[in-house]
Design a protein. Structure first.
Lengths: 360, 303
């Protein structure tokens, strides 16, 4: 087809018949009109826009910085500090019996002698505990455990909730009804009580072959994850189902269906990316609640296993010597509050930045 | 309305059944029977004991028997000290109930007062302070707060005596228990108060010259209180679990601390009984809250 030849006009078409016009009959656009077409700034993606809003929120930035600092400390400190979390302190290979319940930044008699004789000893930043272990490294490891429990538990909740919620929301009908009744029942169970019950039982029932990765993690940790996987996903599933129900009605889903996309692909490519912000926010807010639960269980005595510390179990064991060594309670307590507070504030910030509709 | 009530009650009964089943069958999964001691008993003794407590029957039959027992108010006996569990609950529950109900009342009362104050003084100093404190207290686990309160007021300052049977001072346990729900209710009642203040009827009331006092208390507050009922339900669950920790720390001899010591002693029958008892309590509280909510606000659809 030749370039300047226009396609033939349909008889009933309302389109202008351009062949009847010639160039002078069109007024050229002025410079000002042309400038309206200029792109003033780079177009931003939804994600970038959200991040920009997030970084304008001083509280969210502050909590992000605090979290990063805690994370860095938790990663780097075990490399620098020469003690390990289960190591009973010793000087020159001899057990240091005097290093019991030292106050922060003090040395025991044996250590003092050793230092006087010219040796160097890494200071006990938070002192030591009743079993002559360096307390700072225990708090660091406790933070590690608590953070990773929070993170992985939220991940489990996210995955299960996402799969369940998207199937229920997308398929709809009777399937949805039955799936949501199940959710209703699990939702109305008193979760904390069931968690306690399951943890008690799983601690007894679960036995892993020694040396395997699961055994290293400890039965308590594994049962904690199982419990989270069994109970906490319902909130996430409900949320995602609700999102999908509203997104499903959009035209682009209809278009995708019309060109023959499979349900799995539609959910993965078209629906989930559109409820991503909601998912991110509720996952971020899930982490502190998981940390809360873990520390509660550790406190009650069914959390992580003995030599391994968690912030909850540290706070619990600090109760015995509360009168004489209050700092042993205060350090892990402050750590929990700091982590939960900054995660909460960051979650709120994320919510305001990515989904202002959700702001309450 | 009747349809909704029936549906809600059915769900509640179903939930209670599920809880009982979960509790019973998970406890059954624990290896070793109740008569596993350090000193091994003879085969004959064990089978006699099993027959005595009906443990030789099939599991399902045992479950039915257990449920029958519960319906008759019989939770069996504690594995550790052989006492009737019903008596243990009867003895320790009033203390817990006293603590829990007062904590809930404090949380509801102060929470709505603080929330409404924050809403009325939006972006001014009182609002900022209240928002700051409520954000802070939603990040403090109850056991941390309870331990810190004990440390400062009982030990360091010595203002308040440590809890004892003779000198029952509920002040600190109530503060520790109500802090989180209070912070939570404050945040939510602030939003609902702001919501209510933005409504047309408030503008109408102001336009016709209703006094500020009357506007706040008669029009805004009443309407903002309705959603608070729905927040109260989940908070009851929080108070019940929180009371375990708080009672343990302050050595208040309630059901919560009994539960924690049962967990540590692996006293399975007591754990089972307490779980079912507390769970039913939570379910009932939730049902009451739900029904109350629908009853108070006739605009809500019963679907």
């Amino acid at each position: 087809m030749e370039n300047n030849q226009l396609p033939k006009k349909h008889l009933l078409s309302a389109q202008l018949d351009l062949s009847k016009f010639s160039a002078p009959q069109f007024e050229a656009a002025t410079d000002e009109e042309k400038r309206q077409q200029d792109v003033m700034s780079k177009s931003t993606t939804f994600f970038k826009d959200g991040m920009r809003k997030l970084f304008k929120n001083p509280l969210a930035v502050l909590s992000l910085v605090i979290l990063l600092l805690i994370l860095l400390t938790v990663i780097i400190a075990p490399m620098i500090i020469p003690y390990s979390y289960e190591e009973i302190l010793s000087v020159n290979g001899k057990r240091d019996k005097g290093a019991k319940n030292l106050a922060p930044f003090t040395y025991s008699e044996m250590e003092q002698e050793y230092i006087d004789a010219g040796g160097t000893r890494f200071p006990h930043i938070f002192g030591t505990d009743e079993q002559c272990r360096d307390y700072f490294i225990r708090v660091v490891y406790g933070t590690r455990i608590s953070l990773s429990v929070g993170f992985f538990a939220s991940l489990i909740v996210l995955i299960i909730g996402m799969i369940y919620g998207s199937i229920s929301g997308y398929v709809g009908g009777k399937t949805d009804l039955i799936m949501m009744r199940i959710v209703d029942i699990i939702y109305s169970l008193p979760d904390m009580l069931i968690i306690i019950l399951l943890s008690v039982v799983l601690n007894e029932v679960l036995k892993f072959p020694s040396g395997s990765a699961l055994a290293k993690l400890g039965t308590n940790m594994v049962s904690l994850f199982i419990v989270f996987g069994l109970l906490y996903w319902v909130g996430m599933a409900r949320l995602i189902r609700g999102q999908i129900l509203s997104i499903k009605e959009n035209e682009y889903i209809l278009a995708a269906r019309a060109i023959g996309a499979k349900p799995g692909r539609i959910i993965r490519r078209h629906i989930l990316p559109n409820c991503l912000s909601v998912i991110i926010i509720s996952t971020a807010l899930q982490i502190p609640s998981a940390i809360f639960t873990e520390s509660f269980l550790s406190f009650v005595g069914i959390g992580v296993k003995a030599p391994m510390p968690s912030l909850g179990s540290l706070a619990n064991s600090a109760r015995e010597g509360l009168q004489s060594y209050p700092y042993k309670l205060i350090f892990p307590a402050i750590m929990i509050c700091l982590i939960v507070l900054s995660l909460n504030l960051l979650g709120d910030g994320l919510r305001d930045a990515f989904d202002p509709k959700l702001k309450r | 309305m009747t349809k909704y009530v029936v549906k809600r009650l059915l769900l509640a009964v179903l939930t209670v059944l599920v809880i009982c089943a979960i509790t019973f069958f998970t406890m059954h999964a624990v290896p070793g029977g109740p008569f596993n001691r350090e000193k091994a008993l003879s085969e004959a003794t064990i089978s006699a004991l099993n027959a005595r407590y009906g443990l030789d029957k099939p599991v399902i039959e045992q479950f039915v028997l257990y449920m029958k027992g519960i319906l008759h108010g019989d939770f069996g006996v504690s594995l550790k000290n052989g006492r009737e569990i019903t008596t243990i609950i009867k003895e320790s529950f009033p203390t817990s109930a006293k603590l829990g109900v007062s904590a809930m009342a404090v949380a509801l009362l102060l929470g709505t007062v603080f929330g409404s104050t924050a809403a009325l003084t939006r972006n001014k100093l009182p609002d900022r302070v209240i928002v700051f404190l409520s954000t802070l207290f939603t990040a403090v686990p109850s056991f941390v707060l309870a331990s810190l309160l004990l440390l400062f007021f009982c030990i360091q300052l010595g203002w308040i005596p440590v809890w004892s049977q003779a000198e029952q001072n509920y002040l600190l346990p109530i503060i520790a228990l109500s802090a989180y729900p209070m912070a939570y209710i404050t945040r939510l009642s602030k939003t609902s108060m702001l919501d209510a203040l933005g409504q047309d009827y408030i503008r109408t009331a102001r336009a016709k010259g209703v006094s500020r006092f009357k506007m706040i208390f008669k029009h805004a507050l009443r309407n903002s209180l309705i959603p608070v009922i729905t927040y109260a339900g989940p908070q009851i669950a929080y108070i019940i679990t929180g009371s375990m920790v708080v009672e343990t720390i302050f050595t208040v001899g309630g059901l919560g601390s009994k539960f924690v010591s049962a967990i540590n002693n692996r006293d399975y029958t007591l754990i089972m009984a307490t779980t079912i008892f507390l769970a039913v309590l939570m379910v009932v509280a939730n049902v009451i809250c739900d029904l109350l909510y629908k009853l108070v606000d006739p605009r809500i659809k019963y679907d």
